[in-house]
Design a protein around this ligand. Sequence first.
Ligand code: GAR
Length: 273
Amino acid sequence: MLIIFTFALGGSLCGITGRKIIALINIQEGIIWAMAYIVLITLLWPFCVILISIPLGQFSFFKNYLHKVWMKISGRKESKIPLVAILASGAGSNTQKIVDYFNIHTNDGKIQLIVCNKIGAGVLHIAKKNNIDTLLIEKDKFFNTDTYIIEFKKRGVDFIILAGFLWKVPSNLIKAYPDKIINIHPALLPKYGGKGMFGNHVHEAVIASEDTESGITIHYVDELYDHGNIIFQATCKIDEKDTPSSLAQKIHLLEHQHYPIVIANVLKMQNRS
Ligand code: GAR
């Protein structure tokens, strides 16, 4: 009822304002007057309707309505909010930060699914707390069938994020999501990557090497472990007193600070192209 009322009042306000403006420019009634009036009320109508919708509490309805009309007229496509699946195996501190980010920046993307290969993993609790669907995957089906690709497609997943996922990504999944799977690694690739290089193993190797800096790498996933085009790296200093666990803390801080934002930027970039 209020919506109809807004249309009616907005239309009337538009008609009255249109006549007043034409009277000001002193056009004689006739064909020119009629054409000027039509042009004026077409231009004024959105403003009048929006104005009336505010006191009637219908602002968001009319804002969306006018946005849709404008998209139709201008022939532009509505950009779709990308649906994201997170694949993780562990505690899920990165997953938590990513979920927090997209809970706030809802237009950047939506975490549609959390996929895990470990019963009882922390990441499953994060999913439950945030009402996100989960999928517990089995090794044989993951590596030897398309079962999960079909499942991801069925759920509308557009993009995949690895956040401490410790299985290699099989080539059928990479082919199904070309340039749409990204990973974070807790070192400056190409150093300290490859099979067996995850979590603390990485930090132990870095400390043993006596490097003076370490960092994080966010990269597209290809058929090799910790390989694929690098999207982003950030570094941190290693002090003489650092141990694998103190370095792990520094690295986690860097990951939490950067991963959600880098993901959002990649999603925006891909949505535009
Ligand atoms: C993260 O540090 C991530 O970089 C690492 O696993 C950790 C998961 O922590 N990934 C790898 O080592 C991949 N090779 P989280 O479960 O607290 O997010």
